[in-house]
Design a protein around this ligand. Sequence first.
Ligand code: CA
Length: 424
Amino acid sequence: MPAGRMPCIMDVPEDSHFPVENLPYGVFRPVAGGDARVGVAIGEHVLDLAALAEADLFDDTHLRGTNAFARASLNEFMNLGRPAWTATRNRIQALLTGDDPRLANDRELRARALHSMHEVELQLPVEIGDYTDFYSSKHHAFNVGTMFRGPEHALMPNYLHLPVAYHGRASSVIPSGVDVHRPRGQILPPGSDTPVFASCRLLDFELEMGFFVAGESELGRPVSVDRAADHIFGFVIVNDWSARDIQKWEYQPLGPFNAKNFATSISPWVVTLDALEPFRIDGPAQAPEPLPYLRARDHWTLDIRLDVRLQAEGMDAPQTIAETNFRHLYWTPSQQLAHHTITGCNLRTGDLIASGTISGPERRERGSMLELAWRGTEPIELGNGETRTFLNDGDTVIMTGYCAGDGYRVGFGDARGKVLPAVE
Ligand code: CA
């Protein structure tokens, strides 16, 4: 066993995203039938937490008297707060390492509580309230600004002073594996001053990460940057599908609307802040110094490797087209929440806060087709001889990411979606 890796009663491959160090939460339904309920991923299996609760294995934790796992969303569990999350994680970890032998020694309970990943259907893990999308990557903002305004005016004057964002649409957030129809809408053809109604021709992905908010905050009371982490339950990968030609015509003066509201894919496992703790690193240098409400005593971000793969129809395997890291973001999750609530805007359990496209300094680290193919001028070559400047019908986009531990990975699984033709 590699150094640094905890023992586990289950067989977990070394490159698995879901060792006993991770324990991400999700909502699943057995293919064989039964209600949706909460589980954690362990290697190639899902551990049914409702079954463990029924067997009284959480009775002495903060979960006493609740049935938070026999639910079709994580919201009730998220509402219990960090002491309950940590106590639950410690108990699950003890059961899976064998420190607490009650699962290892109970063959009947193991048969009931452990499902092969192939035998379950994963659902949206959270009942999502509001969805906010930030624009936290300075590299992404600079790339897009350079394309449209030139490098001297690439960043808007506000960019280094506040985390730019807009309020998105929660109803069209979908779990990995749900396919996406190419949207139709108003597009201004090049050289014309009259729009046409047509299928999007410049369909794009955006590689992002998002976190789920837990715990209500009071209307009128900002959440300080130093308390923001209390409201962060865990992270997922986000693909914020984008229609660039619709966006270009509609976005001024209020920002994107139809261009972004048709689909947002997320990975199904929520990786908790406790699991990410070993991968917390110092936040990025920020100059000019932000205003006091955005200055944290502990200015942290996360070291998470991310990549995007594309598989066109007819390709045998997906091809990696971008590799970057969460650490490249300019504005941190705590700064995003502090800014979001500084007016007194309240948070609710289940809100999804996305980072915005994550691009790094290098060409290969660009998190959208718009940037990778530089507005259509530098096509991407695929292994099957085709090229891409934006997405074609039949293309599957697969985003994934993990933190590299000492002999193990804390991973997020996939956010995957295939582009289907427009609905006529
Ligand atoms: Ca976005």
